[in-house]
Design a protein around this ligand. Structure first.
Ligand SMILES: Nc1nc2c(c(=O)[nH]1)N[C@H]1C(S)=C(S)[C@@H](COP(=O)(O)OP(=O)(O)OC[C@H]3O[C@@H](n4cnc5c(=O)[nH]c(N)nc54)[C@H](O)[C@@H]3O)O[C@H]1N2
Ligand SMILES: Nc1nc2c(c(=O)[nH]1)N[C@H]1C(S)=C(S)[C@@H](COP(=O)(O)OP(=O)(O)OC[C@H]3O[C@@H](n4cnc5c(=O)[nH]c(N)nc54)[C@H](O)[C@@H]3O)O[C@H]1N2
Ligand code: SF4
Ligand SMILES: [Mo]
Length: 845
């Protein structure tokens, strides 16, 4: 923990710690002037005497992936600073480094750095360790894996990761992990987070990746940017300069967030919405649009499924074949070869899949009601009707828009005002602003964190179907433009998929309790964790410790620092820090590749994850599984024909350090309105909901057809827990950490020494709690002790904590103990905010 008792950073403390690491004399050293620091920040590349500047990439999961200078002197990292991008010369708005990035030397040489392989010496979690050699560690792990596989089956060995290193060889974008674990037929446990937005949006427009929206540089071309539940200033550092540029140029900023965040303080309009009610607000905005007859009918007719007839018996669209019309032959569209335009290839207008010969395919057209009252193929109708019903034999059909309208009309502003606890006039005003486009609607992870989050996103993208504001400059609806999924899939063609079906981390407790998955025996007895700290970051810690760890025979963690997950492991492997190996990083927000050169040799006995994999492979009997060196893998990943066409190769990247990979700057998804859905249109009516993971869980198919508002699991007034607990517990992205990373960084702990939780003073006073006292936040699942902070910015009825303090840093309990493991069966997403708690004074025992 930090040396200082209070959060105040003394200049003496600052100089002392800086000097200790930089290895310069502290006594009497004059502090650099702010002007000098600003000049240095501007150029980014001031090498101190005897220093070598190495091109590095800071790459925890804060989405920044900042290019930085690693200052090396005598083989040691002495400092980090900003290093300008080459791909983005205009204005330098991509160049940046934050406090965390500036603090790296304290992580590289941190006191809690794992120095050598360790075996647990006492009870699991006792913190007692013995040092072992690499040979011993690898032999023990692989002997155990072999025993477990022989006893329980191959897939009883599992592996999982978090988001600790966004690189392509040693990080989470690496194909190498799957190479080993496929070879030994292991099970991948997939983290279950950040998916509700994606599920709600992609099911309407198709998938270009996980988090897709216009590049942030395009925001300046919109009239209003709506931010729904994201704190861009703190949590998307890479985007804030572009948002700020837009705001300065006169673009209106509307922030919808229960909390008066830093971003809200920059907004023209802040809407303090009741948590978990975004879908009700959006449906009500659509009510106003429809009520005022202000929807974009031509767009809806041409680019959405609005006029398609839906069969009441099957819930599916009516096709001409239903009416006895044989499928017709049409020319096949050219396959997209462009790496960022694969979307057009999957637009197949209801293709039957059967090929009718070279260059053609059979399609079974969607049926619509034409203006003359006759049902026709959509391609043949002169004016497809948006509204109407049609009796097809015994089967009633209605247009998709008719069904949507029925749903939307249940949310007049007065009613939504009660649900969202905001004035009805504000809802009307929001609808008017949204109509006066072009607008960007950027969805953060606010509504994503409740079990009704898929529908909040589904509603948002449906509103774009009503306004037609999508696919052109300044107009779009989506999650932030991080776009990782498509980035990884399209740009890492050698990426090796896991061989066995991925299992959601949310299913793990049940699998561990029962030994069964989808009705079949599937015990999991060994878990290998890399680049992640699930015990701190996953929901419901007690369930994790009891049900998962309690049934696990071997937990192995590879990390460079001592985390909660390390603490509960049986064997710990010392991984390298990012600066200790060469790697490639995909800067997805800016759509460019970055090069990370090796700055220093691996410290202590640490090894790169790739070398760890090589040793594990040999231990499992496959010494030749990785025939290439890491450098050769870098070439393999980047030296492909598709990238060569863009002038991208590994050698080129090494030379230029960063390379933009999209065909246009800024990038605008869904340009030309060609959506990656079966119909090629925006399918706001969903025929068949796609589950994020399918474990045979039950779900309500009818509910999923359209965007709907319903209560989340716990975080609402009147929920089953309401009698006991009346505060909704939210987290915020910590400025001083990236999740749990940097939590043991001495420099940052001076600024942010211990867990805190914010509360509206009225809620605190009602409970007799004073500002600054230690409190226990609790519910049936667990508790966490933290220092209480009075804060008027917190919506009454809520509490907010900066996330991901390690358990060992709390006086008792930890935040994740309080979090529900309930999930929506479609989104299968951890619901970090769907929790009720109470708070009381805490006295140290
Ligand atoms: N410094 C730092 N940056 C990070 C990270 C980090 O750990 N540290 N983590 C990164 C990761 S992995 C992610 S996923 C992103 C997340 O990025 P953000 O989503 O921007 O992060 P949060 O701070 O969780 O912000 C969510 C916001 O939603 C609000 N909110 C809560 N409930 C609701 C609701 O029902 N409706 C609405 N409209 N708003 C609501 C919260 O008050 C909060 O301001 O941040 C990334 N950036
Ligand atoms: N309460 C609450 N909890 C949340 C959330 C929330 O909003 N509220 N958000 C969730 C979200 S969206 C996310 S994305 C998760 C993040 O959860 P995690 O992905 O688990 O995040 P980190 O704490 O960053 O853990 C990364 C670990 O990887 C290690 N690491 C870094 N680089 C390397 C490397 O090269 N090799 C190896 N072997 N290890 C490395 C780091 O030291 C660190 O311990 O947290 C989730 N948890
Ligand atoms: S922590 Fe994130 S924002 Fe800060 S320097 Fe690193 S990548 Fe950039
Ligand atoms: Mo995340």
């Amino acid at each position: 923990m930090a040396e200082t008792k209070s959060g105040a950073l003394t200049r003496r403390g600052f100089l002392k710690t800086t000097a200790a690491l930089a290895g310069v004399a502290a006594a009497g050293a004059a502090a650099p002037t702010l002007t000098a620091l600003a000049a240095e920040y501007g150029t980014g590349q001031v090498a101190g005497e005897g220093e070598q500047l190495v091109c590095g990439v800071c790459r925890g999961n804060c989405f920044g992936q900042c290019k930085i200078n690693v200052h090396v002197r005598d083989g040691k990292v002495v400092k980090t600073s900003r290093r300008p991008f080459n791909s983005w010369p205009e204005g330098g708005a991509w160049d940046r480094i934050c406090l965390r990035g500036l603090s790296h030397p304290y992580t590289v040489y941190g006191e809690r750095r794992i120095q050598y392989p360790m075996r647990r010496a006492g009870e699991r979690g006792s913190g007692q360790w013995e040092r072992i050699t690499w040979d011993e560690a690898i032999k023990e792990i692989t002997d155990e894996w072999k025993r477990i596989q022989a006893e329980y089956g191959d897939q009883a060995v599992a592996y999982t990761r978090g988001s600790g290193n966004l690189a392509s060889i040693n990080g989470v974008g690496s194909p190498l992990f799957n190479v080993l674990f496929n070879k030994i037929n292991a099970t991948q446990i997939k983290i279950a987070r950040d998916q509700a937005n994606t599920r709600g949006i992609n099911r309407v427009v198709g998938s270009l990746g996980d988090w897709v929206l216009n590049s942030t540089q395009d925001y300046i071309n919109s009239k209003t940017v709506f931010v729904w539940g994201a704190n861009i200033t703190d949590a998307q550092a890479q985007d804030w300069p572009h948002v700020a540029n837009a705001v300065e140029a006169g673009v209106k900023l509307v922030v919808i967030d229960p909390i008066y965040t830093q971003l809200a303080s920059k907004a023209d309009l802040w809407i303090p919405i009741q948590p978990a009610t975004d879908a009700a607000l959006t449906l009500s905005m659509m009510y106003v649009m429809i009520d005022e007859d202000a929807i974009n009918k031509p767009f809806m007719k041409d680019h959405t499924v609005a006029p398609f007839l839906v069969r009441s018996d099957t819930g599916k669209f009516l096709h001409m074949s239903d009416l006895g019309v044989a499928p017709r032959e049409v020319p096949v569209e050219a396959q997209a070869t462009n790496i960022d335009a694969a979307r057009s290839s999957s637009v197949n207008y209801g293709a039957t899949g059967a090929s009718a010969g070279a260059g053609t395919k059979l399609i079974d057209p969607y049926a619509v009601l034409d203006a003359d009252g006759v049902v026709k193929a959509v391609e043949d109708a002169t004016d497809p009707q948006l509204e109407g019903t049609y009796q097809f034999g015994d089967v009633e059909c209605a247009t998709a828009y008719t069904l949507l309208k029925e749903e939307v009309m249940q949310y007049p502003p007065e009613k939504a005002s009660d649900i969202c606890k905001i004035p009805a006039e504000d809802i009307v005003e929001l609808a008017h602003i949204a109509l006066d486009g072009p607008c960007i609607h950027r969805l953060g992870w606010g509504s994503n964190s409740y079990t009704n989050g898929v529908h909040a996103a589904h509603a948002a993208i449906t509103m774009a179907a009503l306004t037609g504001q999508i696919g052109y400059s300044g107009a779009g609806t989506g999650a932030c433009n991080w776009n990782s999924g498509s980035g990884t899939n399209m740009l890492l063609p050698n990426m090796t998929a896991a061989k066995n079906p991925l299992i959601s981390a949310l299913f793990l407790p049940e699998i561990m309790r029962t030994g069964k998955y989808m009705g079949k025996d599937h015990p999991i007895k060994a878990l290998y964790v890399y680049s992640g700290n699930p015990i701190t970051n996953q929901v419901n810690t007690n369930e994790y410790l009891n049900d998962i760890l309690g049934n696990l025979e071997l937990l192995v963690t590879a990390d460079y620092t001592y985390t909660d997950t390390v603490h509960y492991s049986d064997i710990v492997l010392p991984a390298c820090h990012w600066f200790e190996a060469e790697d490639i990083v995909l800067l997805t927000g800016a759509q460019c590749y970055e090069y990370n050169a090796k700055a220093i040799d691996p410290l202590y006995e640490s090894k790169t994850d790739s070398d760890i994999l090589r040793l594990l492979a040999a231990g499992m009997g496959y010494p030749d599984l990785f025939p290439l060196t890491d450098e050769e893998y870098c070439h393999k990943i980047l030296d492909t024909p598709a990238l060569a066409a863009r002038g991208i190769s590994f050698d080129e990247l090494k030379e230029k350090e960063d390379l933009y990979y999209k065909s246009t700057k800024p990038w605008i998804p869904w340009a030309g309105n060609s959506f990656m859905t079966p119909s090629g249109r925006m399918e706001f009516y969903v025929e068949e909901p796609e589950l994020q993971f399918d474990m045979g869980q039950e779900y309500d198919r009818d509910r999923e057809h359209l965007p709907r508002y319903f209560n989340p699991t716990e975080a609402y007034e009147g929920s089953p827990q309401w009698d006991k607990y009346k505060l909704i517990l939210l987290s915020e992205r910590p400025r001083f950490r990236v999740h749990s990373m940097f939590s043991d960084n001495k420099y940052l702990r001076e600024l942010d020494p211990e867990p805190t939780v914010k509360i509206n003073p009225a809620d605190a006073e009602a409970r007799g709690l004073a500002d600054g006292e230690y409190v226990e936040v609790y519910n049936d699942r667990g508790h966490a002790v933290a220092k209480l902070v009075y804060n008027d910015a917190i919506r009454p009825g809520c509490m907010v904590y900066p996330k991901s303090w390690q358990m060992s840093q709390h006086k008792a309990g930890c935040w994740s103990e309080l979090l529900t493991s309930a999930y929506d069966p479609v989104g299968v997403n951890e619901s970090y905010f769907d929790n009720l708690v109470e708070v009381r004074a805490w006295k140290e025992a």
